[in-house]
Design a protein around this ligand. Structure first.
Ligand code: SF4
Length: 259
C-alpha cells in the first residue's frame, strides 16, 4: 500500500500541475489520514493505515505556522500563486474549518494579497451551511465528482455510510459558477470489480450531472503517482482530451485537462 503523507501542517510550496506554485495547508494529522472517502487512488493511502497519533492541528497552530511561512516567503521574495487546502484527508472535516478559512484570508491579504486560496474537497460536507459559507469565501472551490453512476462512486471513492450522490449533485449545483468540479479519470479493477469511468455511459452520466451543476470549470485529471490499488491505470492524454471536447460541446463549460 502507498502511504505518502504530508508530515507537517504547512507544506511546500510545491509545483502543482493544476494550480502553479502552491503552498499547502494540511488540516489533518501529520502522521495519519482522515477522510470521508477512501479512494482507490488516494496518494495518502487507504484509511485503514490509521489516523496516526498527532491529532488535528489546532486553529492557533495553523495560523501561527502559516504566518511564519508567509512572512519568510515574502522576505525572501519567493513567488507564490496559490494557498491550497489539501493534505492527508478531507480538510472540511476539521471542526474549525470555517474559522481557519477566515484566518487564512486575513493572512493572505496581509502578505500576498494577489494570491488565490483554493480548497480541494471531496464535497461530502458541502451540505453543511458553515462549511458551504466558508467555501464561498475562497477563490477556488475544487470539488470532487468522479462519477455520476452510484455503483462507480461506491467502488472508486468508497464513501462513508450515509453518502448520497443525488444530494451531492444538488449541493454542488448550489455553488454553480462559484465551484470548480474535479473528476479523476481512471480504469482498472479492485477485488474483482472492474472500474472504468471513461466509458460512454459514464461520460453521458457526468455530462448530465455537469449540466445540473453548471460549474465555472471542470478539471479532468488522471493518475500521476503510485496508488494504493496497483491495478488502477492512468488514462491517456488523447483520451482525456477527447472526453473534455465532448463535455464542452455538450455543456458549454470549459474543461481543463491535466495528464
Ligand atoms: S477524497 Fe481525497 S483525501 Fe479522501 S480518499 Fe479520496 S483522494 Fe484521498
Amino acid at each position: 500500500m502507498q502511504t505518502v503523507l504530508f508530515h507537517s501542517t504547512i507544506f511546500g510550496p510545491i509545483h502543482s500541475r493544476r494550480l502553479g506554485s502552491s503552498l499547502g495547508i494540511n488540516l489533518m494529522p501529520d502522521d495519519g489520514k482522515i477522510c470521508s472517502f477512501d479512494c482507490l487512488y488516494c496518494e495518502a493511502g487507504y484509511n485503514a493505515q490509521g489516523k496516526g497519533s498527532s491529532g488535528l492541528p489546532s486553529r492557533e497552530k495553523v495560523r501561527i505556522d502559516l504566518e511564519r511561512k508567509l512572512a519568510s516567503m515574502q522576505s525572501d521574495g519567493h513567488p507564490l500563486d496559490v494557498i491550497t487546502f489539501s493534505g492527508n484527508g478531507e480538510p472540511t472535516l476539521h471542526p474549525d474549518f470555517a474559522d481557519i478559512i477566515d484566518d487564512t484570508i486575513a493572512l493572505r491579504d496581509k502578505y500576498f494579497p494577489d494570491v488565490k486560496i483554493s480548497v480541494l474537497t471531496n464535497a461530502t460536507r458541502i451540505g453543511r451551511p458553515a462549511v458551504a459559507d466558508a467555501l464561498r469565501k475562497v477563490d477556488n472551490n475544487i470539488m470532487k465528482l468522479d462519477s455520476a453512476v452510484e455503483a462507480t462512486v461506491e467502488a472508486l471513492d468508497r464513501p462513508n455510510a450515509g453518502y448520497s450522490l443525488e444530494k451531492t449533485i444538488e449541493y454542488l449545483a448550489g455553488f454553480g459558477e462559484q465551484g470548480i468540479v474535479q473528476t479523476m479519470m481512471c480504469c482498472g479493477e479492485h477485488d474483482g470489480t472492474i472500474i472504468d469511468n471513461t466509458t460512454d455511459e459514464e461520460v453521458e452520466a457526468l455530462i448530465a450531472a455537469y449540466r445540473v451543476i453548471k460549474p465555472r470549470e471542470i478539471m479532468l485529471y488522471t493518475i500521476d503517482r503510485p496508488t494504493p490499488e496497483i491495478n488502477l491505470k492512468r488514462v491517456s492524454k488523447d483520451k482525456l482530451d477527447s472526453i473534455a471536447a465532448r463535455i464542452t460541446a455538450a455543456t458549454g463549460i470549459p474543461v481543463q485537462v491535466s495528464a
